[in-house]
Design a protein around this ligand. Structure first.
Ligand SMILES: CSC[C@H]1O[C@H](OP(=O)(O)O)[C@H](O)[C@@H]1O
Length: 381
């Protein structure tokens, strides 16, 4: 069965996303026809995943500019039109830097094309072409990262006396094709180990409250026929105590210059427990996730989602109705009179660099020097 996809473009260049709020039991594709629809889909998490939201923003930008380019007579008309659009898209979600990297990259193309004295039409073509590259390049870099990280892990296990096969890897959240433009980041590493005969089992946390793990990673691993085990978020410590886990591999939403990494809430917990059990902790993320303008994790903005989202269990009724159509089951987990002020709901946490064993990008694997608590990422960005 083919891998799932977060975004697809149809023959007549329409953009469609799968509504991830309804997965796994309902697969519904939504057309994204405007910038505002793209912004809303990102903000409400119909689409999520740091690289995937950057890809949708870029594709929506390109489609919008294609529609209006003939009305933009001068380079300054182009600048006046695209600048507020890029600024608006960046406001959709604050923590993942890939979205900001994409808008900055398009702004740089705008500046360079104007400085080169190009016509409005040429500038629009340059921007549209670059926007499509942002989406198109994701798949190949994910496969590069998967190989870098998978080969590194197998070598480390062998250096420590292991066989380098039957590797059991825990992951948090969802970092597969539903979070990217294909193959995934941390889940790409797990897929690579499976494809090369080195994987034992993939373990994954449910990742409440959005349940990226139980709703999305479960679906992806079953689709890819990768042997897997789901655990509740509270079970990571017990898993490490009673099972032979060779590594934890996670994605990232923003990596600071020193290697401190923001990722889905619960990642820090897993990192602390991995350190306690001397299990390698690997972050897998494209260079566009590294934010060298931020010195350390204290500078990473952490998104707090609406408190009500922490009280809901999104999913489907079980067993699925006879007609097979999944229903959106939304269950209030708290007393109806609970004040929303009494709910803490950060969507991400920051794992200090000292708890991270390796950071993998499409350029290679970075590890900390002996005795160092921070990374020098210059070799992998
Ligand atoms: C491919 S990395 C995806 C990254 O994004 C997820 O967050 P969200 O589902 O809220 O977009 C999670 O942090 C993943 O690691």
């Amino acid at each position: 069965m083919p891998a799932l996809t977060s975004i697809r473009t149809t023959g007549d260049s329409k953009i469609e996303i799968v509504n991830q709020l309804l997965l796994p039991h309902t697969t519904e594709f939504l057309e994204i026809n405007t910038i505002d629809e793209a912004h809303d889909a990102i903000k409400t998490m119909k689409i999520r995943g740091a690289p995937a939201i950057a890809s949708l923003a870029a594709l929506a930008f390109a489609a919008d500019l294609s529609r209006v380019s003939t009305t933009l007579a001068s380079p300054e008309d182009v600048r006046s039109y695209v600048t507020p659009i890029l600024a608006h898209l960046y406001t959709a979600r604050p923590t993942a830097v890939n979205l900001g990297a994409a808008t900055r990259r398009l702004t740089a193309i705008l500046d360079a094309s104007i400085a080169a004295g190009k016509s409005a039409k040429e500038i629009c073509n340059d921007l549209i072409s670059e926007a499509h590259k942002i989406n198109d390049e994701d798949l190949s870099r994910n496969k590069s990262m998967a190989k870098w990280g998978g080969d590194w892990l197998a070598d480390v296990v062998k250096q420590n006396g292991g066989s380098g096969i039957e590797l059991n890897v825990l992951t948090v959240c969802n970092t597969g094709s539903l979070a990217t433009s294909g193959y995934g980041t941390a889940l790409g590493l797990i897929t690579y180990l499976h494809e090369t005969g080195k994987l034992g089992k993939a373990y994954y946390t449910q990742t409440a409250p959005y349940h990226q793990g139980s709703r999305l990673t479960a679906l992806e691993l079953q689709t890819l026929q990768i042997p897997s085990v789901m655990i509740c978020d509270t079970m990571v410590g017990s898993l490490f105590q009673h099972h032979n886990i060779h590594a934890v591999a996670v994605g990232a939403d923003r990596i600071a210059k020193n290697g401190d990494t923001a990722n889905k809430i619960g990642t820090y917990n897993a990192a602390v427990l991995a350190a306690r059990h001397k299990i390698p902790f690997i972050v897998v993320a494209p260079i566009s996730t590294v934010d060298l303008s931020i010195a350390d994790g204290s500078g990473i903005p952490i998104e707090h989602r609406p408190p009500l989202e922490a009280c809901l269990v999104r999913g489907a009724v079980y067993p699925p109705p006879a007609d097979g159509a999944g229903k959106q089951a939304v269950v209030m987990l708290t007393p109806p009179n609970l004040s929303l002020e009494g709910i803490y709901n950060p969507s991400f946490d920051v794992t200090p660099a000292e708890l991270i064993t390796a950071i993998v990008t499409e350029k290679g694997v970075a590890t900390r020097r002996e005795g160092e608590t921070v990374f020098d990422l210059s070799g992998v960005v």
